[in-house]
Design a binder for this molecule. Structure first.
Ligand SMILES: C[S@@+](CC[C@H](N)C(=O)[O-])C[C@H]1O[C@@H](n2cnc3c(N)ncnc32)[C@H](O)[C@@H]1O
Length: 335
């Protein structure tokens, strides 16, 4: 079965990486069919309903998961032919939306929706734009049109509701929940996940809500107390420790995954000789406590050399521009 992930446009590479990591965590038997701008199409071999349900509970940077009924070129005639010849077999009302991704198509989506509505009407189906029982979609990207219906949508409002300033304890300079969740998914935690620079616990919350047991460390007591308040509020299974990320009180090979956002060079909250010292030594400690698995390390600096010195393999580097003078580098490392 072909499944399309309608990816969020908030980042060019993270949403795809998150979707693939989640499929791997769910042990899905799949291969990539097409990798397009803001849309990933996979061929999923079995257990589709269970996998789709698992994905919809985890993903942060996907809008919809679509069961694909057909793929064609993206000219007007191609789209009409694609929908006309697709196997339409459903009961109840429907809606259809045509979405142009970026500038990949010049098609007038409203007029196309009307024409496609005509095809459905001639086949005896009834539209209901308010409360349709099935929602069809045509995505236009990279010269392709992808037609299918929504199998699951991601509840993005839940991430909005967890934004840092809505939590019981707030302190500035934290990742947004959607980014934090995507990083957790990319790290593929199984049972235990560590954030050795946990601050107010933003990353831990996102992992904890997935049922992962989370362990956090920090050197600012007031932030650890704040993290405790936040983690209790979201009913997460956690342990917090007052500890230096360069000297972790954890056994070798004890963590399934690490996701962390250490302080940036300019932050006053650095407890170390220097930022270089902090990054190099914490990477070595993370490598020591990690089982075979992934660490996702966020930094303003390029830490590739330091990660290699700590013995990590570098799987991916994603850049995220936060504002004019801050670009985050998200390094996906593997032990
Ligand atoms: C960018 S903040 C992390 C924010 C966190 N993700 C959150 O959700 O609040 C970096 C954190 O690293 C902590 N920190 C600085 N030096 C440290 C060290 N040597 N060991 C552990 N934590 C340290 C700071 O106290 C700060 O809370």
């Amino acid at each position: 079965m072909l499944l399309a992930f309608e990816l969020s446009g908030e980042h060019s590479t993270l949403p795809k990486s998150e979707a693939i990591a989640c499929l791997e965590s769910l042990k899905a038997d799949f291969r990539i069919h097409l990798s397009l701008d803001s849309c990933l199409v996979i061929d999923l071999k079995n257990n589709a309903d269970t996998i789709i349900e698992g994905l919809s509970k985890r993903l942060a940077m996907t809008h919809h998961i679509i069961k694909v009924l057909g793929i064609d070129e993206s000219g007007e005639k191609d789209i009409l032919e694609l929908v006309n010849s697709a196997p339409l077999d459903f009961e109840g009302t429907y809606s259809i939306r045509v979405r142009r991704i970026k500038e990949y198509s010049r098609i007038n989506t409203e007029s196309m929706e009307k024409q496609l509505g005509g095809i459905f009407y001639r086949k005896g189906f009834h539209a209901d734009l308010e409360k349709p029982m099935i929602q069809f979609r045509v995505l236009l990207t990279n010269g392709k049109s992808i037609f299918g219906y929504i199998a699951a949508s991601i509840d993005r409002s839940a991430y909005e509701a967890r934004k840092p300033h809505y939590r019981p304890f707030f302190y500035p300079g934290v990742l947004m929940p959607r980014v934090a969740r995507a990083l957790v998914n990319i790290a593929k935690p199984k049972e235990y996940m560590l954030d050795p620079f946990c601050g107010t616990g933003g990353i831990l919350i996102e992992a904890g809500l997935l049922g992962i047991k989370v362990i956090g460390g920090d050197v600012q007591r007031k932030l650890l107390l704040g993290a405790r308040t936040n983690l209790d509020y979201y009913d997460v299974n956690y342990s917090l420790m007052y500890q230096d990320a360069c000297r972790l009180a954890l056994c070798n090979d004890s963590m399934d995954a690490v996701v962390t956002d250490p302080p940036y060079g300019r932050s006053a909250a650095i407890k170390a000789e220097s930022i270089e010292h902090l990054l190099a030594n914490s990477l070595k400690e993370i490598f020591r406590v990690l089982k075979k698995g992934r660490a996702v390390f966020v930094s303003e600096r390029d830490i590739k050399e330091l990660a290699l010195e700590a013995d990590f393999r570098i799987l991916e580097v994603h850049e995220q521009r936060v504002h004019k003078s801050l670009t985050r580098r998200i390094c996906v490392l593997e032990k």
